[in-house]
Design a protein around this ligand. Sequence first.
Ligand code: PLP
Length: 467
Amino acid sequence: MATESRTPSQAPALRRDRQLDMYRRALNTLPGGTNSNFRAWGEDTVYIDRGKGGRIWDQDQNEFIDLRMGYGPVILGHADDRVDDYVNEQMRRGVSFSLTSEDEVRAMELVKELTGWVEMARMTVSGTEATMHAMRIARAFTGRNKIVKFEGQYHGVHDYALISVAPDDMSELGDADKPVRLAWGRGIPDAVADTIIPARYNDLDLLRRLFEEHGHDIAAVIVEPVLGNAQGIMPQEGFHAAMRAMTEEFGILLIFDEVKTGFRLAKGGAAEFFGIKPDLGTFAKAMGNGYPAAAFGGRREVMDVLPDKVSHGGTYAGNRVASAAAVRTLEILRDTDALETIHATGRRVQDGLREVLNPTGIPYLFTGHPSMFGIMFTDEVPTEYRDWAKSDHELYDAVALGMLARGAMPEPDSREPWFLCEAHAQGDTVDQIVTIFEESLHAALEGRAHGEVAEHRHGAMSHPAAG
Ligand SMILES: Cc1ncc(COP(=O)(O)O)c(C=O)c1O
């Protein structure tokens, strides 16, 4: 597919008229013109019309192969009839009762069955709520206050999660030996930040040191088993097993935040993939194919602090729409070979990209799992968030923006992996992704040869210190 020397095709200009109008209109009401800082891309903010399968159309009717898939949840494909028909059917029977429906019970039975290690679970509406409650339960169960969290890991937008998440400038994270708590933006009370102890992914020596110094006060370690917020950097051989053993040694709970990896890496998520039994887990995204379904769960002994000793509630927790979506999505993932298809599709895309990249001599490697992988322009295998800064992410940004102009939409920030869904296996989507990547790479290299610098687009709050 790749050729030694070629002239990259000119990227057609995207139609933007309607979206620019929408942006200007939205700015009057929504800060940044959107409902999330992560989607606030200034005048390039995308306003969506619809999606089907692995494709989306913006309001100007530009069509894209979607490689963001809503930051991961859409595991089967957009507007999947199998899920939507069941949700529709259930929805018409009334959506909010603050009473418990059978689907809520079935959804948590499915979480139990698919993970194989979760014994008790409860639904929430978002991954944020799931991690917030898992942390609270860990504190209540152990009677300790502090939580260890790894730099660069994202656990949602509650105050306890927004520490040392995604700075561009690694010096803000402090010395490698002594990471500092870096709050993402203003408004996070120091007293809350002080309960979080930052650690470095894959650094077991530092983790042991932190346990030795503060172990008596540490309730849990929360970990994204794969560093999803930094291109899906993988654990080194034995990291999770060693962390499991060390947490047990110090009486500390292990929380696997499977919001991105759950029901994606394997039916039983990252816990199954890496062969680990955590104490608590958090789930969202793939469990509802894009509907707002989420959950936290774990060992019965730990979850037994509910309902009497720990507060958990929510008007919409286990709501009709989310629980119906979770039931049908998890049944499909359990009963079909959807995950095998997704993994095989990811490997096919990677094979195609290798054919494009190898002849260029550019150092690169794939991070993550074929179903959610990153492309890092570096020859140094990354082990933690700080390593992202050492890669040529400007080249990635230029390629990603080029892909957008040519009809494929990865996140234009190299930290976010590409997400594959079942529908990407259809038709010639894989070949199209590879061709679009190839043209965009060659255009980016040509642009670089002419001194062009890629725009870096990372939402309105890319920089934690931003005022
Ligand atoms: C690993 C992880 N945990 C938690 C969250 C928060 O989930 P939500 O956006 O549903 O609140 C995310 C969202 O991207 C995530 O990737």
